[in-house]
Write a protein of this length. Structure first.
Ligand SMILES: NC(=O)C1=CN([C@@H]2O[C@H](COP(=O)(O)OP(=O)(O)OC[C@H]3O[C@@H](n4cnc5c(N)ncnc54)[C@H](O)[C@@H]3O)[C@@H](O)[C@H]2O)C=CC1
Ligand SMILES: [Mg+2]
Length: 315
């Protein structure tokens, strides 16, 4: 942890780390992946291999300094991410034997270790790409070597990467849980309710407002569970909570502007859905079976916790 802080603060040390570290590659924010069976793996390219590739494609090795620091191993081997968007995509793909794939498409087939790192890397690369100019002076900003900030040297303003807090809430009425879907979700997939925090709100206020806005219910009690970084559509910090509503006041009024559907599901239905593969499954009647976000999505964790809690409740 302290080594990461040193790399962020000291450009010289970070430059050394870039020359011995490993790199996740991107092309216009699509991560470089290799397919192994049904899984996608994100290979880490060594600094020497990357320099060889840059040389082959007639790039200056200074290009390494465009990378951003995304973490380090227990042995202090630093991980970076570099976007090669200025190079021909297909040439790099054939050189490295893999493809640049939209993160959203590959996200759920990624290895558990790769997903959070790629998610952070994409968010950071996107932030740098969209913050090249100072919003006060209009002058170019410069990133520090690690990419943990950008500075406008005209007036000294420092910009730090941003993320938006989002609350994701699993609502229960005591015996059932409420799951919803947006029209953009894959067929049959339902998840917990999610919404961005407004400026000035506490998390508790966001939970109450979002539940009221999206399904017309009043929250009785709520508690925090865990949090997760979420890269789509920009960088969000997903703050996961459980909430209860009064069993007598559980009539859902779906806000059709935000959701396609929202329904109460029984414990049995949820347990059965958790056993299914997280992908669309068409039934004989043409409808799609209920399926839930994959294991390491925080919504999945909320649902698992609810199931556990139901099983330990007195009948
Ligand atoms: N892991 C999961 O299962 C789920 C994750 N999500 C994620 O949660 C996030 C929020 O969910 P939504 O239901 O879309 O939010 P939402 O319920 O707040 O509605 C989105 C609307 O909020 C407004 N908005 C306010 N602040 C915003 C900001 N900082 N960025 C973008 N829009 C803002 C916009 O008008 C936008 O159309 C999204 O990033 C989505 O990808 C959403 C549902 C399930
Ligand atoms: Mg929402």
């Amino acid at each position: 942890m302290r080594y990461l802080l040193e790399l962020k603060e000291d450009d010289g040390l970070c430059r050394q780390a870039q020359n011995s570290g490993t790199f996740y590659l991107f092309h216009n924010l699509f991560p470089f992946l290799q397919k192994v069976g049904s899984k996608h793996l994100a290979p880490q390219i060594s600094a020497s291999e990357l320099k060889r590739i840059l040389k082959k494609f007639k790039q200056n090795k200074q290009k390494l300094e465009d990378s951003v620091l995304i973490g380090c191993s227990d042995e202090c081997m630093a991980y970076f991410a570099l976007d090669l968007g200025s190079l021909e995509k297909m040439d790099i793909e054939s050189e490295l034997k893999g493809s640049f794939i939209e993160l959203r498409k590959a996200f759920f087939q990624l290895d558990g270790k790769d997903a959070p790192l790629l998610s952070l890397a994409q968010a950071l690369l996107r932030w740098h790409d969209t913050h090249k100019y100072c919003s006060k002076t209009g002058q170019p900003t410069q990133k520090n070597l690690a990419g943990s900030k950008r500075v406008c040297h005209t007036n000294g303003i420092i910009y730090y990467p941003q993320m938006s807090p989002v609350v994701i809430t699993l609502v229960s009425d005591g015996s059932r849980c409420l799951l919803a879907r947006q029209a953009s979700f894959p067929q049959g997939m339902y998840s917990a309710l999610a919404g961005f925090c407004d400026v000035g709100e506490t998390l508790e206020e966001t939970v109450r407002r979002e539940v009221a806005e999206e399904v017309g219910l009043e929250v009785e009690s709520m508690w925090y569970s865990a949090s997760q970084h979420w890269p789509f559509p920009n960088s969000s910090l997903m703050i996961a909570c459980h909430a209860t509503v009064w069993p007598q006041q559980n009539e859902i009024r779906v806000n059709k502007l935000e959701l396609e559907a929202a329904t109460w599901f029984s414990l049995e239905e949820v347990v059965e859905a958790l056993r299914r593969e997280p992908r669309p499954l068409k039934q004989e009647d043409g409808r799609f079976s209920l399926w839930l976000p994959p294991k390491w999505a925080i919504a999945h964790q909320l649902i698992q916790e609810w199931v556990k809690q139901q099983s330990t409740m007195p009948a």
